[in-house]
Design a protein around this ligand. Structure first.
Ligand SMILES: [Zn+2]
Length: 311
């Protein structure tokens, strides 16, 4: 790409914008804004040096309940590609529809969201019913990235989308996505091997984030707080889960990095078992048990091997 074209793109991207969002990549590739950490990480891996990626969810913020500042909405209206996950962050869904136009790219299409949201018999059901009526279809579990193979599929699709926006970078994006896929498949193989023979098959977690992980590696997941951590469980629901913990010989109830552990700790105390931290990787902070998605997933693997008594 010529220097003139780079200048034009940079000028467009930084127009009226003080933040990182909207700046062109060093080599003049497209600007990308991602909804939250795993999408940001995948976009950075696939885009490489050609693409400047920023995230709408600040480090340490709870991703589900994200609220957008006016400058975030402005960034979305200017960006070349908005990588988001329909049904996960309602504020971004709204901005994608009203501001992003053709730049909106729903990672859920490539991730193949096959798991339905579990029908929780507690608060939130009315909200679910409303959502379903609005969408005209059953609501799905959005937490696909905890199955590394689904994240690899998103990387491949993202490479194809970036190549449409920046044909000169097509070979680079394809190569980067292939390297990302290799890393994710190696992780998947480690998880398959490490979780193949576990004494406890029931996974009791803070919120219902681990459905795709459970589906891939042979666990049955029981989320204490439903699909979003802001859904507070009824005491009766917690008591029910505590007795299920005892019945199934569960030894560990999992808390999360970005969510108050009180609810999971209450269930664990009631059942007389321990807690451990399992990270749904909805965000990354200095306290995260790893520098990136791959490292935190390997920490999760070690936590699960111990907590589920795997051979
Ligand atoms: Zn979640």
């Amino acid at each position: 790409m010529s220097a003139a074209a780079v200048l034009v793109l940079t000028a467009c991207g930084s127009d009226g914008d003080t933040g990182q969002a909207g700046q062109a990549g060093e080599q003049g590739g497209p600007t990308v804004v991602a909804g939250f950490y795993p999408l940001e990480w995948a976009a950075e891996r696939v885009g490489g040096d050609r693409v400047e990626v920023s995230s709408l969810t600040p480090p340490g913020a709870e991703a589900h309940d994200l609220e957008l500042a006016p400058q975030d909405v402005a960034a979305i209206s200017e960006v070349d590609l908005l990588v988001y996950l329909e049904g996960f962050q309602p504020a971004i869904d709204e901005a994608a529809e009203s501001e992003a136009g053709d730049a909106a790219w729903d990672a859920g299409q490539a991730a193949d969201l096959t798991l339905a949201a579990e029908d929780h018999a507690h608060e939130g059901e009315e909200a679910h019913a409303e959502e379903e009526a609005h969408a005209g279809e059953e609501s799905v579990d959005p937490h696909f990235w905890l199955d590394p193979t689904r994240l690899a599929a998103v990387g491949d699709a993202l490479a194809a989308r970036l190549a449409e926006l920046d044909p000169e970078g097509a070979a680079t994006y394809e190569q980067n996505a292939a390297e990302l896929r290799a890393d994710l498949e190696a992780l998947d193989a480690e998880m398959q091997a490490g979780l193949a023979d576990c004494a406890v098959d029931t996974l009791v977690t803070g919120h219902d984030a681990f459905g795709y992980l459970a589906d891939r590696y042979g666990f049955e997941v029981v989320g204490i707080s439903g699909l979003s951590p802001s859904q507070e469980p009824e005491p009766a629901q917690m008591a029910e889960i505590a007795s299920l913990v005892q019945e199934r010989g569960v030894t560990t109830v999992y808390t999360e990095t970005l969510v108050d552990p009180a609810v999971a700790e209450t269930v664990a105390a009631e059942a007389g078992v321990q807690t451990a931290v399992l990270d749904p990787i909805e965000g990354l902070t200095d306290e995260s048990a790893g520098e990136d998605y791959l490292e935190v997933m390997r920490t999760n693997l070690a936590t699960l091997q111990e907590g589920q008594s795997c051979a």
